[in-house]
Design a protein around this ligand. Sequence first.
Ligand SMILES: NC(=O)c1ccc[n+]([C@@H]2O[C@H](COP(=O)([O-])OP(=O)(O)OC[C@H]3O[C@@H](n4cnc5c(N)ncnc54)[C@H](OP(=O)(O)O)[C@@H]3O)[C@@H](O)[C@H]2O)c1
Length: 246
Amino acid sequence: MKVVFLGATRGMGRALSRRMAERGDELFLLGRKESDLSTSAKDLEIRSGGDASVGFHLCDLEDPSTFEAALDKAEETLSGLDAVVVTGGLFGKQEDLEQDLPLTRRILNVNFTNTILFCEHSKQRLLRRGGGTLCVFSSVAGDRGRKPVALYGASKAGLSHYLESLDHKHRADGLVTICVKPGFVKTGMTEGVDPPPFAGEPDPVAMRVLSAIDRGAPMVYAPAVWGHVMRIIRFLPRFVMRRVGF
Ligand SMILES: NC(=O)c1ccc[n+]([C@@H]2O[C@H](COP(=O)([O-])OP(=O)(O)OC[C@H]3O[C@@H](n4cnc5c(N)ncnc54)[C@H](OP(=O)(O)O)[C@@H]3O)[C@@H](O)[C@H]2O)c1
């Protein structure tokens, strides 16, 4: 596959892009820091066996004016486009966000408004080519209103809602939209947060997401156990949710 990847420099994006490179997918990286993109591109070139060069271009989820040029460059370099993967996103602890509304605004913009705008640009390009795959990382935090993630969770709830709608709207046109809902995964994003039971690692998540991409599954919980955890949390009555701390 010819894949544009936004967020391959760290965490789950790094693990997933490595898996893709190792199996021979052609990648083009987008992100906000040139030096990190360059390092990641070199790493992926080595992992792909050194045959293909991996291109990159600056693209900042805080600045939608960067999206068009980045996607133009990606399509031109790849000479095509089969899939767009978005793992880029921001997290903030609820107590920090409540004290810092400008930071709250940044996180809501990056995770919701601007990720959706990036998806709209990507969607148009994929549809012009007859379809493809749009795989975007949302979160289990968007499945239910919960005390510790009221703000971050709201941004992901909106994103999940959009991704589901997009899949309903364009599946028949050949566009497969995949909403990834990670549970707690140990990455830079969760550094300093006490891991709950069932905390996962990036690599098994990457394998599970790759399988979902290959199957065209519209939604995937990763690690898998979070699907069972969220099935219970989704059905807890409100009076229970009000009492408990999660
Ligand atoms: N870890 C978890 O427990 C967890 C749980 C549920 C959902 N998620 C979601 O899963 C996705 C990946 O999370 P992760 O844990 O792998 O995070 P991570 O290790 O912090 O990596 C986040 C990635 O997003 C990129 N990014 C951040 N802001 C950006 C911006 N303005 N423009 C472009 N790229 C930007 C980062 O690029 P830089 O290299 O430039 O920083 C990095 O590549 C995120 O959407 C996150 O919300 C994570």
